[in-house]
Write a protein that binds this ligand. Structure first.
Ligand code: NMX
Ligand code: MLT
Length: 455
């Protein structure tokens, strides 16, 4: 059975050659125009990043190395007693572009379980934090502190060749992914169940199986399966989303307003900051309400709707509530997207998980999410602002957690944070393997833009 590192060693040379050829043969090819609206409009739609593991189509949604979510559900190995995709098979696919065998998946599960314990100093740090500190703030602090043991930082300090960077990047990335469940579970315990014991790591279990045990929900098979699917699906969403973009490297078109010249760029990881610090930065981007924090906001909003409108909520009631949200100047959480122009297939996959389980379909909050979906797109169309009136993944993710008893919605983005490491760290490794340089795009002041456009 191949190790993940061996599988990567096999695919890296071809990708390095592909990049070299792209640069030599097409370095001056133009991929699009840079308009003034890109500079002032969050660079929406600007093709400016190299991202290997996934590509997002506005209508169809995400593909991981060309595979749709149903393809992944069909082909990626599940846990021995489960059906859903697991984090390990998704990570293997993201990193290598290949579907792992059953044996490769189990071997990776074992490796992650063996590396999953938190160092005592991180436990102490997390235990010292006020329980009122937002769980995402705590997660970022714990991840940053893990850089104490960074193999990448230590090797860099000793002096290593650029061609070896990726091996240390991989070592840190695997260690970080392995330790995230213990860190995230400790935060959950401290904030919501202080003083209770945390289950030890079972070396026979997959990453999410252990995470669920450590959260205190061991034995809940359906919740475990849900979180396996959730964590796999949230793993990567191409490179431009704010958290992934923060962590790693981009191949930006380094352009002035008029002239386009392709050049290689990257962000926190591109400074050769180690994987822990890069991912901590990503987590703080994820913690914004327009990004990952939206899943907490969705639940808060749907619970408020229920509190205000009672149990027998009609479509008409929801419509009125939606208009009240919009008229008060707030966004409808869980709807809209920077790229997608159709319902998010991750939303659909999470809804389908509910559709096969009568107890979930009977849950009033899950019913409310479904009913909201019946009316929200039309209301948002009539409102006329958002380019995408359809639900994104956050519209669906929290209500199922709520059903299974994880009602502490301020914790939801932490689960997203455990997941996004799969994609963010994949690109970190690839950026080092491809030798991408430090990111440094060109900025312009409004005066400078005016001078250029009027010239
Ligand atoms: N409710 C109300 N207004 C909205 C919504 C929404 N759900 N989505 C977009 N708009 C508004 C947006 O605020 C903007 O208004 P203005 O011109 O006054 O600034 C206008 O519609 C145009 O925005 P778009 O170009 O459609 O969206 P953009 O790409 O700028 O933003 C989001 C994308 C996702 C930030 C935005 O749709 C949003 O705020 N959604 C609600 C929060 C959310 O669900 N975020 C989660 C994203 C997924 N994730 O996990 O990260
Ligand atoms: C994500 O998964 O990162 C979100 O859908 C946001 C995005 O893709 O921009």
């Amino acid at each position: 059975t191949k190790t993940l590192r061996q599988a990567l060693e096999e695919v890296i040379p071809a990708k390095q050659a592909q990049l070299k050829a792209l640069k030599a043969e097409h370095g001056q090819a133009v991929l699009g125009d840079v308009k003034v609206e890109h500079l002032i409009g969050g660079m929406r739609g600007l093709k400016s990043m190299l991202w290997e593991a996934s590509v997002l189509d506005p209508l169809e949604g995400i593909r991981f190395h060309g595979m749709t979510i149903p393809d992944c559900q069909r082909e990626l190995p599940a846990a021995p007693e489960g059906k859903e995709i697991i984090a390990e098979s998704m990570l293997w696919l993201l990193l290598t572009g290949k579907v792992p065998t059953e044996a490769e998946t189990r071997q990776l599960s074992r490796e992650l379980a063996e590396k999953g314990e938190l160092p005592a100093y991180v436990e102490k740090l997390i235990d010292s934090l006020p329980t009122t500190l937002h769980p995402m703030t705590q997660l970022g602090m714990g991840v940053a502190a893990l850089n104490h043991d960074s193999a990448f930082a230590a090797a860099y300090e000793k002096g290593i060749k650029k061609s070896e960077y990726w091996t240390y990047a991989l070592e840190d990335s695997i260690n970080l992914i392995a330790r995230l469940p213990a860190l995230a579970a400790r935060i959950f315990r401290n904030v919501y169940n202080p003083g209770t014991p945390i289950a030890g790591i079972n070396k026979e279990l997959d990453l999410v199986g252990n995470y669920v045990n450590m959260l205190g929900y061991g034995g809940n098979h359906d919740l475990t399966e849900y979180l396996r699917l959730y964590i796999s699906l949230h793993g990567d969403h191409e490179g431009g989303n704010a958290s992934a973009h923060t962590a790693r490297e981009i191949l930006a078109s380094c352009m002035d307003v008029v002239q386009a010249n392709a050049c290689l760029k990257d962000l926190v990881g591109s400074t050769l900051s180690d994987p822990y610090l890069s991912y901590a930065a990503a987590l703080y981007a994820l913690a914004g309400p327009l990004h990952g924090l939206a899943n907490q906001e969705v639940l808060r909003w749907q619970l408020n709707m229920r509190k205000e409108l009672g149990d027998n909520i009609t479509h008409e009631h929801i419509k009125e509530f939606l208009w009240r949200t919009l008229k008060s100047g707030q966004v409808v959480p869980g709807y809209g997207h920077g790229v997608l122009r159709n319902p998010d297939p991750r939303f659909t996959a999470l809804q389908e998980f509910c559709d096969t389980r009568p107890e979930l379909l009977a849950d009033p909050i899950i019913q409310l999410v479904k009913k909201t979906y019946d009316v929200a797109p039309d209301v948002l169309k009539e409102h006329g602002k958002t380019k995408n009136p359809y639900p994104n993944v956050d519209a669906a993710s929290g209500c199922v957690l709520h059903h299974y008893g994880i009602t502490q919605f301020k914790y939801y983005t932490v689960i997203f944070g455990v997941s996004r490491a799969l994609g963010a760290l994949t690109q970190f490794v690839w950026s080092r393997a491809l030798g991408l340089p430090i990111e440094r795009p060109k900025s312009l002041s409004m005066d400078a833009i005016e001078k250029l456009v009027k010239a």
